[in-house]
Design a protein around this ligand. Structure first.
Ligand code: ADP
Ligand code: ASP
Ligand code: MG
Length: 406
């Protein structure tokens, strides 16, 4: 029995007919090396953005169900074209939608989570020696409707499929040749990492490093699935994401910036039990994920509750807060949409006081005011004014000598 590997190709990697042909050749090479490749693909180039724009041109508040119906078509174009390109190379290849390969998800349109994968169809095709090509980012729910997994979700499809069929590894082919200490588009001397642990990669991805969908890293960690980020344009080795090698050794893996975050403050909230519960349970009911939370008060009877949400959830979160304001006796709501979350990621950060000191000193040197702070064993994050985000990112990268990392 051949070993299965899952290869995922992102939008740029399948952005044109020539690129699809190049991907077919790469898949064909893996097949001739004795592997059984399963391929997961994204929509071509920026075509998902084009579909989003078309939807908003027709309706400022499109239904999430219809959005999923629309956006899932992008991937369907790529799977069929890639199957044709492979057939042209004399391979047996078959394209499958999320429904056809049994990816059952939760009901939340536009941000569904995978519940299980019925692999019978995939296994049948593999047993007939066919190269299976799967549409990324999509599944179906209990109503037999198409759902999508959130922008960038094809990475998650790839890892979920790899885990479900017990693949040897999952390769993510993209337009960079690995995971860098910072987005190379933002910091010119960012360095490529040869390895990084699941935990650090999960923090980096969640804190703004768009190279991987955070949930793909979460799944890879859960199933101990080796993950590799590689370039679809070059043959170079990429970055391997695996288990921890040495948790006690402190080192910094990178810095990230998240500009897709917004802050909401409930002002003058009575200081009594149950207030936070009421607020955050209302937000949870609308599936709005809250990130940093800070509660602080001017006097012993009143508090301000500040929290951040993803910018895409901002309008809904603000609506919930405005509605609950009088119910919980708050004096008002204020918000700030132009903030950035800037983070330092590495093992043993909390155990090493000098790391935090250097981080805060760097921001102080730049005269940047910190609005919120959060820390964990492997990261420090701060909310700052977006205007200073790029400067802070570059200076932190420099101060921590991340260009020397590997
Ligand atoms: P794909 O369409 O292949 O999924 P993405 O655009 O989602 O590609 O991800 C690749 C991009 O991620 C790169 O072009 C790069 O600009 C960005 N990126 C952000 N942070 C990092 C990082 N730390 N290392 C590498 N790339 C990063
Ligand atoms: N096509 C989807 C997007 O652009 C999913 C993906 O590429 O991963 O977000
Ligand atoms: Mg991506």
């Amino acid at each position: 029995m051949k070993q299965i590997i899952v290869q995922k190709y992102g939008g740029t990697s399948v952005g044109s007919i020539e690129r699809i042909r190049a991907v077919a050749k790469r898949v064909s090479k893996a097949y001739s090396e004795g592997y059984m490749p399963i391929v997961v693909v994204s929509a071509m180039g920026k075509s998902t953005d084009d579909l989003v724009n078309m939807a908003y041109a027709l309706n400022k508040n499109p239904s999430k169900r219809e959005m999923d119906m629309l956006l899932s078509t992008g991937e369907q174009i790529t799977i069929s074209l890639l199957a044709m390109a492979l057939q042209d190379l004399d391979h047996q290849a078959i394209s499958l939608t999320g429904r056809q390969c049994g990816i059952l998800t939760t009901n939340f349109y536009s941000n569904a989570r995978i519940e299980k994968i019925e692999t019978d169809r995939i296994e049948k095709e593999l047993s007939e020696d066919k190269i299976v090509i799967i549409a990324g980012f999509q599944g179906f729910n209990e109503h037999e409707d198409i759902t999508t997994l959130g922008r960038g979700g094809s990475d998650t499809t790839a890892v979920a499929i790899a885990a479900a069929v017990n693949a040897k590894k999952c390769e993510i082919y993209t337009d960079v040749d690995g995971v860098y200490t910072c987005d190379p588009r933002r910091v010119k001397d960012a360095a490529k990492l040869s390895r990084i642990s699941y935990d650090e990669m999960l923090e980096m991805a969640s804190l703004g490093a768009g190279v991987l969908h955070p949930r793909s890293v979460e799944l890879a960690r859960k199933f101990n699935m080796p993950l590799e980020v590689r370039s679809s344009f070059k043959e170079d080795e990429g970055t391997i994401i695996t288990g921890v090698d040495c948790m006690e050794k402190s080192h910094i893996s990178g810095v990230s910036i998240d500009n897709e975050t917004s802050k909401i403050s409930l002002l003058g909230v009575p200081d009594m039990p149950g207030i936070a519960f009421k607020l955050f349970s209302k937000l949870a009911k609308e599936n709005i994920k809250v990130d940093l939370i800070i509660q602080g008060g001017e006097s012993s009877h009143l508090n301000d509750i500040n929290f951040t949400v993803k910018s895409s959830d901002f309008k809904d979160a603000l609506r919930v807060c405005e509605a609950i304001c009088s119910e919980i006796g708050a004096q008002g709501v204020s918000s700030n949409e132009s903030i950035s979350k800037i983070s330092l990621i590495g093992t043993g950060i909390l155990g090493n006081a000098h790391m935090a000191e250097k981080f805060f000193h760097t921001l102080y040197d730049l005269g940047i005011n910190i609005q919120m702070i959060s820390t964990s064993e492997i990261k420090i994050s701060c909310i700052i004014d977006r205007e200073y985000g790029a400067e802070a990112l570059n200076k932190l990268h420099n101060e921590f000598e991340l260009h020397l990392a590997n």
